[in-house]
Design a protein around this ligand. Structure first.
Ligand code: FAD
Ligand code: UDP
Length: 366
């Protein structure tokens, strides 16, 4: 069988590309994933206890991009969900992102919304240039809150001190002078009503799309007939690590089901300072499922394992840019997604990137 496109990876990047190329451009697609399922890291499934869980850690959809929301809405209905997170510090729970409630409880004071900005300014450390993940937090909330909420969590999550990571890592977490305790403030915050996997099934439901699972593309590529490649795996893997390995941070997940309807107050609780895990997430908060039991997952950061997080440091960016330069010379190969472009992207950013890549490919001809 002759394919127009071979797509490596059936996560968000690969599935959006497959859907667009098949439905909009009427192309014949072969999509290959080395895992035994579609959905990439957003894959979810019903566990033995009958509870919908996310195999690769909690995935909460949020975006400000109407275009992305409208596009995905073709394949799923939604359940509104606003994620909330508490951070456990010396046995006390505080809202994170840091907000007015966090500051008042942490310092045992009673500031108003109008007063807290000046209070934090008095605590903050001046930085002429905000370059590292440490700079971001110290220059906004000061050392005490930094050490309680960010320093150890970040060191545990990344295996690096915040001063070694780019500012973009902790810049993901805002500071709020009001009592808003939502993790995200995006316009659209919701979960696919029947889960992510069902949404992916709908995306890939097209006679022009053939799916090959449990297959490393490198083992079959020489026997395939195709014109062009969309590659969504790790970029260094594509080039057989010829310039050296790009570091990706991994996680080990420990799942548990408790014999109670509810395990914890919010979707996630973060544990910055104690324990080897960073956070515990209870899925029923996210999915809204009703069940007499409840499933949770602990996330343990590790150096080796499946590549989950590109690690934003200056040295890694330099190495990535060298791979990117090699990638730009590959004829008829497009690199899309979080691993292939080595960007700490959320799901909606990967969808936006894929839609833009499709537009570029399609308008420039088959
Ligand atoms: P992936 O989903 O990683 O897909 C790449 C696919 O390529 C994989 O399935 C892989 O098996 C396959 N592949 C790789 N190499 C080969 C090969 N040689 N042969 C065949 N197949 C191959 N984003 C949010 O917006 N909200 C969240 O709450 C959120 N939570 C997250 C929590 C965790 C723990 C993690 C790790 C990520 C989270 N994300 C979240 C980010 C989200 O997972 C990614 O943005 C998105 O899944 C990236 O999609 P992708 O297609 O680029 O990559
Ligand atoms: N972070 C932290 N303490 C927290 C939450 C986040 O130090 O309680 C830092 C940490 O470095 C983390 C980054 O902020 O990796 C981004 O957090 P986010 O929750 O977005 O991480 P993700 O969900 O992508 O793992």
């Amino acid at each position: 069988m002759k394919y127009d496109y071979l797509i490596v990876g059936a996560g968000f990047a690969g599935s959006v590309m497959a859907e667009r190329l098949a439905n909009e451009a009427n192309m014949k697609i072969l999509i290959i994933d080395k895992r035994g399922h579609i959905g990439g890291n957003a894959f979810d499934y019903v566990n033995d206890d009958g509870i919908l869980v996310h195999k690769y850690g909690p995935h909460i959809f949020h975006t400000n991009e109407k275009k992305v929301f409208d596009y995905l809405s073709r394949f799923t209905q939604w359940r509104n969900y606003e994620h909330k997170v508490l951070s456990s510090i010396q046995g006390q729970l505080y809202p994170i992102p840091i907000n007015l409630t966090t500051v008042n409880k942490f310092y045992n004071i009673e500031l108003s919304s109008g007063e807290v900005a000046a209070f934090l300014a008095s605590k903050s450390e001046e930085r002429t240039n905000v370059i590292t993940a440490e700079d971001v937090v110290l220059s906004s909330v000061g050392r005490e809150l930094y050490e309680a909420f960010f320093k150890n969590y970040t060191a545990k999550q990344w295996g690096l001190d915040p001063s070694e990571l780019c500012a973009s890592v902790t810049a993901r977490i805002p500071t709020r002078v009001n009592k808003d305790d939502r993790y995200f403030t995006d316009v659209y915050q919701c979960m696919p009503a029947l889960g992510y996997t069902k949404m992916f099934e709908n995306m890939l439901d097209n006679n022009n799309i053939h799916l090959m699972l449990n297959t490393n593309y490198k083992e079959v590529i020489n026997n395939l007939d195709y014109q062009k490649i969309i590659y969504t795996g790790p970029i260094d893997q594509y080039f057989d690590y010829s310039l050296g390995k790009l570091p990706y941070r991994s996680l080990e997940f420990k799942f548990d089901t408790v014999d109670a309807e509810k395990f914890q107050e919010t979707g996630s609780i973060n544990y910055p300072n104690e324990n080897a895990y960073t956070r515990i997430t209870e899925f029923k908060h996210l999915t809204g499922q009703k069940h007499l039991k409840s499933s949770i997952v602990y996330e343990f950061p590790v150096a080796e394992g499946d590549p989950y997080y590109p690690i934003p440091t200056p040295a890694n960016t330099i190495l990535y840019n060298k791979y990117k330069a090699m990638a730009s010379k590959e004829k008829d190969v497009y690199f899309v997604g979080r691993l292939a472009t080595y960007k700490y992207y959320n799901m909606d950013q990967v969808v936006a990137q894929s839609l833009a890549a499709f537009k570029k490919i399609y308008t420039s001809g088959p």
